[in-house]
Design a protein around this ligand. Structure first.
Ligand SMILES: *[C@@H]1O[C@H](CO)[C@@H](O)[C@H](O)[C@H]1NC(C)=O
Ligand SMILES: *[C@@H]1O[C@H](CO)[C@@H](O)[C@H](O)[C@H]1NC(C)=O
Ligand SMILES: *[C@@H]1O[C@H](CO)[C@@H](O)[C@H](O)[C@H]1NC(C)=O
Ligand SMILES: *[C@@H]1O[C@H](CO)[C@@H](O)[C@H](O)[C@H]1NC(C)=O
Ligand SMILES: *[C@@H]1O[C@H](CO)[C@@H](O)[C@H](O)[C@H]1NC(C)=O
Ligand SMILES: *[C@@H]1O[C@H](CO)[C@@H](O)[C@H](O)[C@H]1NC(C)=O
Ligand SMILES: *[C@@H]1O[C@H](CO)[C@@H](O)[C@H](O)[C@H]1NC(C)=O
Length: 578
């Protein structure tokens, strides 16, 4: 007994001393919500994280790291439409892939998640399609299996392997219908489930969800999120010696939250716990970086925090901020395998002829084959869609697709630009441009669009020959009441620029506004600001901003092709507060 306490004291002392690594949050900046992470010694001591992707495709990104700091995109679990055709029938921007849980067991990676049809009634069991994807090679997108579907009329499903090998799912029903954390046995190979049991209701806050079970020191620890994914978000815990309960809540819940503080990192919750190679605990959670005006257009990001968890005790989480201290991790190289780049990489695109778009490029739902290509000259070739970025009703997939491809905004401050060859734009309302895009009902677009030329319109009224000319047009679509607007600016392209390649640029020089500007390729001094978009107009829902290009006929028949070259994304800085 004496020896044991001495050993414990020593562990405690060295434990706190070793929290001497400094690192920066978020570890996965930008649209990377609902994180779930694991450490896999069998795969060369590597950490892997998954995050939610809602309607973007490819989806369910997997990032890997050796040191918890340099995170590389290594694969996308959802990488072929045949895996999940339902993604295109789900309506509303809050639909799609919610909250994956990533686990590793005997050589196999398991990714359990839910495709949510968020426009269905809350009590409809058809609202939730629960899924198990598996892979033995997390570095290759196509190695991820087609999903096994299992019956569970809820979401946030997370697998747990009990001591006897039996797998249980914990999850939650739509809280408006029947709040409470549910547990059910699952055959993880076949998807066969047993009876569902309500095991804990949380501490009484709204929306108990995001459950994960952990086994430690003879207890089942249940960790959940409560309070909703906004300002009241928090992490709470309960434990029991039996998986069925009764679960006893931590006497000092919540174990982690920034609610009620003025911290720059807000909405902290939906956590997952894992141990590193030396057995020390860490948690990941989602958080937003919220400006003083309440805006967070980058959406819910992944943050990391160290956890002290002594034998038989409750875990103690460090509070989440931008500048963190954590357990010492020997400096380690970047993960070598995998398809993508570091999560906060800048990007200078020349597109290699014959190549495909990298795994960082995403579409809104499934891309229409043939609408995207890479030309012999190394440009991205886009064939226009009839639908623009809003589409027919702002919430459904368009039969003929939406020609759109983007990458996540992963820095607070950045410059993004793309250069367009617009010679193919001929008919009225044909438009190609760049967009800072959250979803179909929240986006600011800077387009080059064919519109009647204002000077010639009078002359042609008698002959009815309308003369069209390319214009810059900024449009802002948002449901955030104070910022609802349509055309923010329309201006004819200066005649000396016509016939040249035009560069369109979106930049954030501060954390509240996007500046939209244009100019002829290579002539920096001639760049002209066309308009501004306010980040508050893009602060909505569950996703984060994508910086993107598009081509559309705005509902008219016909199509055109445009070439995008010089795609540049320059990360300029992270604003992380204290
Ligand atoms: C942190 O602590 C570890 C282990 O105690 C030690 O090896 C390492 O050098 C320390 N690092 C710093 C930056 O002090
Ligand atoms: C779902 O809720 C609606 C409205 O409250 C009700 O009319 C309907 O019967 C319910 N359906 C089921 C399957 O419980
Ligand atoms: C959760 O709340 C429901 C409704 O109040 C109650 O019937 C149920 O017993 C509670 N579950 C637990 C595990 O306490
Ligand atoms: C986190 O911050 C809260 C106050 O906001 C404080 O009560 C708590 O002790 C802090 N936790 C730790 C582990 O420092
Ligand atoms: C011009 O076009 C408009 C609508 O397209 C039509 O109503 C009008 O009759 C035309 N005028 C002439 C002179 O052709
Ligand atoms: C951010 O930039 C916008 C556009 O340039 C400007 O209107 C706004 O005042 C700036 N905000 C701050 C806090 O500097
Ligand atoms: C999108 O296209 C529709 C016609 O299909 C049009 O009414 C709407 O103004 C366009 N909106 C945007 C933002 O381009």
């Amino acid at each position: 007994m004496f020896l044991r306490s001495v050993a414990l004291l020593f562990v405690l002392a060295s434990g706190s001393l070793a929290q001497n690594t400094t690192y920066q949050n978020p570890i996965l900046p930008g649209f990377h919500p609902d994180p779930s992470c694991i450490f896999v010694p069998e795969r060369d001591d590597t950490f892997f994280c998954a995050s939610s992707s809602f309607l973007v495709f490819p989806g369910i990104p997997i990032h890997a790291s050796k040191d918890l700091q340099k995170w590389k995109l290594v694969s996308n679990v959802l990488n072929r439409p045949s895996q999940l055709p339902g993604l295109n029938t789900a309506k509303r921007a809050t639909s799609g892939i919610w909250a994956p849980t990533l686990r590793y067991r005997d050589g196999t990676f398991y990714l359990v998640t839910t495709l949510v049809y968020d426009d269905y009634p809350k009590n409809s069991s058809a609202r939730f399609d629960n899924l198990i994807f598996t892979s033995e090679d997390p570095y290759t997108s196509t190695a991820w299996s087609d999903p096994v579907h299992f019956e569970f009329p809820g979401y946030d499903s997370s697998p747990f392997w009990d001591d006897d090998g039996q797998v249980y799912i914990t999850g939650t029903f739509a809280w408006e219908v029947s709040p409470g954390i549910q547990k059910l046995p699952l055959n993880i190979d076949t998807g066969e489930v047993g009876p569902t049991k309500n095991i804990w209701n949380g501490t009484g806050a709204s929306a108990p969800e995001g459950p994960h079970l952990y086994r430690k020191d003879g207890y089942y620890y249940l960790m959940i999120a409560e309070g909703g994914t906004g300002a009241g978000h928090m992490v709470t815990m309960a434990r029991s010696t039996s998986i069925d309960g009764p679960y006893e809540g931590h006497p000092h819940n919540p174990v982690l939250t920034n609610a009620g503080t003025t911290a720059y990192f807000q909405n902290v919750g939906h956590a997952d716990l894992f141990q590193d190679g030396e057995g020390r605990w860490w948690a990941v959670a989602l958080s937003v970086r919220q400006g003083s005006d309440g805006s967070y257009p980058m959406g819910r990001e992944t943050v990391l925090t160290p956890v002290t968890w002594e034998e038989g005790e409750w875990p103690i989480f460090s509070n989440v901020s931008g500048k963190m201290s954590g357990w010492h991790i020997d400096s380690a190289p970047v993960v070598e395998d995998g398809e993508g780049s570091l999560v906060d990489s800048s990007f200078y695109g020349r597109f290699e002829p014959g190549s495909e778009l990298g795994p960082e490029f995403v579409h809104w739902r499934f891309p229409v084959e043939g609408d995207y290509g890479i030309s012999k000259e190394g440009s991205l070739q886009l064939r226009s869609s009839r639908a623009n970025l809003t589409g027919s009703d702002g919430r459904s997939a368009e039969k003929e697709g939406q020609t759109f491809v983007g990458r996540r905004q992963v820095h607070s401050l950045f410059e993004f630009s793309a250069t367009f060859d617009i010679t193919a734009l001929k008919r009225e309302e044909e438009e190609a441009g760049v967009s800072v895009f959250l979803d179909q009902l929240h986006h600011y677009d800077l387009g080059i669009v064919m519109l009647p030329s204002s000077t010639k319109r009078k002359l042609s009224s008698s002959s009815n020959i309308t003369s069209l000319a390319p214009h810059f047009r900024v449009r802002g679509i948002t449901t955030v009441p104070a910022f609802t607007s349509s055309d923010l600016a329309v201006t004819a392209i200066p005649s000396p620029w016509i016939g040249q390649s035009i560069t369109l640029k979106i930049q954030a020089k501060n954390i509240t506004h996007y500046e939209l500007s244009a100019g002829p390729l290579g002539k920096k001094a001639e760049m002209k600001t066309i308009g501004y978009g306010n980040g508050l107009g893009l602060t909505w829902g569950f996703t984060g901003v994508l910086l993107s290009v598009y081509a559309t006929t705005n509902g008219r028949t016909g199509e055109f092709e445009t070439f995008v070259s010089e795609w540049k994304y320059d990360g300029i800085g992270q604003v992380v507060g204290k």
